[in-house]
Design a protein around this ligand. Structure first.
Ligand SMILES: Cc1cc2nc3c(=O)[nH]c(=O)nc-3n(C[C@H](O)[C@H](O)[C@H](O)COP(=O)(O)O)c2cc1C
Length: 367
C-alpha cells in the first residue's frame, strides 16, 4: 500500500517522523532515522548558544515522559560545521531543521543552516518576543517553509495560528510538551527533577487528546493551513487518528523513549494493516474521510440532536464476567447475576462501561 505523502513540495515515504528531542540530537541519531523506515528527519532544536541543562532531566513511566530539557546542548557551530553537513551528505529523506528562540538568534543562525533545511520548525516554548517578529526575522533569511510549533500552555491557540500565518509562516506543528508540571519523589521526600522551580513538561500517550483537540480545532478554523501533529503517538492507530483529525504529517518522540526506538519501524509496518482494518484504501482515502469527522463536529449541538435512548448491550458469549463494568459503573447499574445484567431504571447511559470492557463485549451506547 502506498503510504507516501507529498507535502510542501517534498516526498515523504510515509507520514511518520521523529519529533524534536534528544533522540534527534546527534549525528548518530540522525543517521539512525535516515536508515529507519520513518518518512523524514527532524533535528533537535538548535539555537546559537548551547543550552545548559540541569541534570537529571528526563524521567518516564509506562504512560508518560517528564522532561526539563531545553534546546540542543551543542553550540550552533557544531551543528553548522559538523552535524548538518554530514547528515545532508548522506540523507535521502526530507529534513526539518528545528530552531529557536530569539530574533537576534535567527539573524545569524538561519543564513548558516538554510542550505541544509528542507523546512524549518520553530520552537516557541521559551519565546518571550512577539511571534510576528520571530516569523519575520526568519523569513528575511529563507524561502523554505516555516512551521511554528505551538506549545499547549498557549490558551489562545487560534490567535497563535492567525498571527504566525499572517507574518509569513506556512503552517504549524502542534503540540510541544504539556505543563509546567511537578513530579514528587515520595521515597526520597524530594521533587524528582526539573528546573530551579521544579518545573517539568509532560509528553507521551497521556497528552494525545490535548494534541488532537488542537489539531481538530485549528483545522476547523483554518482548513487550508498545513499542520504537523505531535503529542502522544504510540501506534499506527494514533498516526491515522491524527491524519483523520487534519494532520499532514505526524511526529512521535515520547513513546520511543518509553518503549525504545524500534517502535518507529513497527508503526510504519503496521500502518497498511491498520488502514485495512478500518476499511481505508489509502492515506488519501483516510484524509477524504475528514469531511465525516467535521460533519460530526458540526452536528454535536446537543439541543438539536435527536436523543438516542440506547442502553449498554452485553454480548454474553464475549463477556467473561470479569466484573470490571460492575466495579466502574458510577451508578452501580451493572450487576453479575449469573451473567452481567443492566438495571435500566438506574443506568444513565454514560458509556463508560462500553469503553472499559476488556473483551469489547458491551455495545450500544456509542454508535
Ligand atoms: C526529552 C524531551 C525533549 C524535547 N526537546 C524538544 C526540543 O528541543 N524542541 C522541541 O520543539 N520540542 C521538544 N520536545 C517536545 C517534543 O518534540 C514533542 O512535541 C512532545 O514531546 C510531544 O510529542 P510526544 O508525546 O510524541 O513526545 C521534547 C520532548 C521531550 C520529551
Amino acid at each position: 500500500m502506498d503510504l507516501s505523502v507529498k507535502f510542501m513540495g517534498q516526498m515523504f515515504s510515509n507520514p511518520l517522523l521523529p519529533a524534536s528531542g534528544p533522540i534527534v540530537g546527534t549525528l548518530e541519531n540522525l543517521k539512525f532515522f535516515e536508515n529507519s523506515k520513518v518518512g523524514g528527519i527532524v533535528t533537535k532544536t538548535i539555537s546559537v548558544e548551547a543550552a545548559i541543562v540541569k541534570k537529571p532531566c528526563i524521567a518516564g513511566n509506562n504512560k508518560m515522559i517528564f522532561n526539563s530539557e531545553l534546546w540542543s546542548e551543542y553550540h550552533s557551530s557544531k551543528w553548522i560545521n559538523e552535524i548538518l553537513p554530514e547528515i545532508s551528505a548522506c540523507k535521502t529523506k526530507p529534513m526539518i531543521v528545528s530552531v529557536g528562540y530569539k530574533c537576534e538568534d535567527f539573524e545569524t543562525l538561519i543564513p548558516q543552516v538554510d542550505q541544509y533545511a528542507d523546512m524549518f520548525e520553530v520552537s516557541t516554548h521559551y519565546t518571550k518576543s512577539s511571534l510576528s517578529d520571530i516569523v519575520k526575522s526568519i523569513r528575511k533569511h529563507t524561502e523554505k517553509p516555516i512551521f511554528m510549533k505551538l506549545s499547549p500552555h498557549v490558551t489562545d491557540y487560534l490567535h497563535f495560528v492567525e498571527t504566525v500565518v499572517a507574518a509569513g509562516a506556512n503552517g504549524v506543528v502542534a503540540i510541544n510538551s504539556l505543563g509546567p508540571a511537578t513530579v514528587v519523589d515520595l521515597k526520597n521526600r524530594k521533587i524528582l527533577l526539573g528546573t530551579d522551580t521544579g518545573d517539568v513538561w509532560m509528553s507521551g500517550p497521556c497528552i494525545k487528546p490535548v494534541a488532537l483537540n488542537r489539531i481538530v480545532n485549528i483545522k476547523k478554523a483554518f482548513p487550508h493551513v498545513p499542520v504537523i501533529a505531535a503529542g502522544g503517538v504510540e501506534s499506527a492507530e494514533d498516526v491515522l487518528e491524527f491524519i483523520l483529525a487534519g494532520a499532514d504529517l505526524v511526529q512521535m518522540l515520547s513513546a520511543a523513549l518509553i518503549k525504545g526506538r524500534k517502535l518507529y519501524d513497527k508503526i510504519v509496518d503496521d500502518m497498511p494493516k491498520v488502514l485495512k482494518k478500518y476499511k481505508f484504501e489509502s492515506i488519501e482515502d483516510l484524509r477524504e474521510s475528514r469531511t465525516i469527522l467535521l460533519e460530526d463536529l458540526d452536528n454535536r449541538n446537543v439541543a438539536e440532536r435527536i436523543p438516542r435512548i440506547v442502553f449498554p448491550l452485553v454480548d454474553h458469549d464475549l463477556c467473561n464476567r470479569c466484573g470490571l463494568c460492575t466495579e466502574v459503573c458510577p451508578e452501580m447499574a451493572l450487576k453479575i447475576d449469573g451473567r452481567v445484567v443492566v438495571d435500566k431504571s438506574v443506568c444513565q447511559r454514560c458509556g463508560l462501561c462500553q469503553t472499559r470492557c476488556p473483551k469489547e463485549a458491551i455495545s450500544g451506547v456509542f454508535e
